[in-house]
Design a protein around this ligand. Sequence first.
Ligand SMILES: [Zn+2]
Length: 254
Amino acid sequence: MKLYAMICGHMRARQKIFLPDSESDVFAESPIPVFLITHPQGNVLFDTGPHPDAFKDAASRWGGLAKAFKPIGDKNCCVLAQLEKIGFGSEKIKYVVNSHLHFDHAGGNQFFSKSTFLVSKKELECAKTPENEGKGYFRADWEHPLTYRKIDGEMDLFDDGKLRIMPMPGHTPGHQILAVRLEAEGTVVLSGDGAAFKEHYYDFVAPRNNMDSKQAIQSIKDLHSMVKKEKAFLIHGHDPSQWKEIKIAPGYYD
Ligand SMILES: [Zn+2]
């Protein structure tokens, strides 16, 4: 089993959106990651990145949010282009796990019509709530004729402990993370936006873009216990400094 990390472009935003103590004029250029895991029983994608049209005309996809989050990249940042580089077409993806349904995590969902999507029940409810449209959620990202399997709580995807989907609410009500147990590397935890920056995790800081900050901090505490217990390697969702050290595809973790 291999774990590939890929970057579907970057987003430039005021750092204080993520780290409230930052000065207003400090900007962060955050990677937008997706991951592919090649399990013997099927390939699994974790998140689908932004829709590639965002790099041509951000406002057409993200509305007013495009002012706060400026996409940096081009059409090669599309999840399909990233997968193609390592020889995987969308038809080879059995499952897609969305950490949550925000624009930078579910923008490529429509390209995986043959896959089964594993999304938290709460997350789908949240995305469907009309008041949330435009606040990170866009129907154009997730509302397509796709197979969504709603999951409730934890799920051991292939019943072998190698891929565990776990709820990590706070950023959104249905946010979930993926724990990947690799042969050599041990457990790697893909935090999504549950601990997007190192500081969220190490300093117990809640970013401004969390729907429930109290819950987010509790989730980070739970994550600490899990990471400690399993001596896991934690990959943060959008941390510019950590991602300089991450092996990017065609490199991989195994
Ligand atoms: Zn995000």
